[in-house]
Design a protein around this ligand. Sequence first.
Ligand code: PEP
Ligand code: MN
Length: 356
Amino acid sequence: MLVVMKAQATPEQIQAVCDHIEQLGFRAHPLPGAQRTAIGITGNQGEADRGNLESLPGVAEVIRVSKAYKLASRDVKEEDTVIRFAHSTATIGGHDLAIVAGPCSIESREQAFAIAAHVAAAGAQFFRGGAYKPRTSPYAFQGLGLEALRIMAEIRDKFGLRIVTEALDTETLEVVAEWADVVQIGARNMQNFSLLKKAGRLRQPVLIKRGMSATLEEFLMAAEYVMSEGNYEVILCERGVRTFSDHARNTLDLSIVPALQHVSHLPILIDPSHGTGRRDSVLPMARAAVASGADGVMVEVHDHPEKALSDGPQSIYPAQFATMMEELERMAPIVGRHLPRAVPAADAALAKASGQ
Ligand code: PEP
Ligand code: MN
C-alpha cells in the first residue's frame, strides 16, 4: 500500500502518518518526490487498513500497489532516483552518465594505482576493484581482502574517485561498508536474501548485479529486499545472462534497460565486460548501453591484461578506455545525456576544503 501525501503536507503530518503506520505493526518508508511525498507501507502481516489512513491530516489518497515490488516501483516514486556523494560532483542516475572503471581484482598497490591514474585522467568518477572475489574455482585468486580495501581508500584520497567494491557475504559486508562508497552485491549473490537485508541497513548505496538467470521481477525483488530495510539508494547493474549463445561469455540483455525504466525509478548501469567476456566487444556494447538509455557503464580496465589474475581477456587497455570516454561523451547528447569528464583533482580539492 502507498499513502500519497498532499503537496502542501507538513513534515509533522508526514511524521504522524509514519507513526500511525508503525503502530499498526507495519513499516513506513517516506520517499520524497519533486511534487509530493509518498509513504510506502511494507510488512509481512497482511494489508494495512486504508480507512484510518485516508482520514489523517495531509493525506491525499491511499493506493494499493499490486506489483510484487513496491519501493522500487514508479508507483511509489515517479522521478528517477539520483544518487549523490559527499564532497564529489559524481552522481549515479539522472542526467549525467556514471562511469565506473578499474581492474577486476586489486592485485597490488602498483597495479591499482597505475590503472586508477589512467581512468581518472580519462575522466572516470568511480573506481572499481575486487577485494573479495567470487571465483568459480577455490584455487583461483580470491582477492587481497582488507589490503585491497586500504589501497582503494588511498586511491580515493589521491584521485578523488569514489570506490565501488563487492561484499561477498555478511562477514565481508561490514568491512567493505567501512571502506567503500558503493557496496556491490555480485550476480551470484543476487538472491542471497540475508545479505541483501543486511545491505539494506547500510547507509551507503548498494549496487546489485543481475543474477545470471534472473528475470526482471526477480532483479527488482532483490532491490526491494535492500529498500525494505530502509536503504533506498540502490543501483541496478545488468551484466549479461546465460543463454544458448556461445560466442560470448554471457548475453548482454540491453532490452532490460527500457523495461526497467518503465516500471522502476532506480538507476541502471551496464557491465559490458562480464556481459561479453571479450575485450573487443566492450566498446561496441558500451556504446549500445548508452544508446539504450542506461545511466552509465561499469568496465574492467587493466594495464597488463595478459598478466591479470582475473578476467584479463575482457579487460580493456587504458588507451581503449580513453577512446570509450571520448566516444560516449560525443554520443551522450544524442540521447539527452551528458558525460561529465571529471576533473578528479577538483573534487579532491573540494573534499580538502571541507576538511575531509
Ligand atoms: C565483478 O564485477 O567483479 C563480478 C564478479 O561481477 P558479476 O557478479 O557480475 O559476475
Ligand atoms: Mn571480473
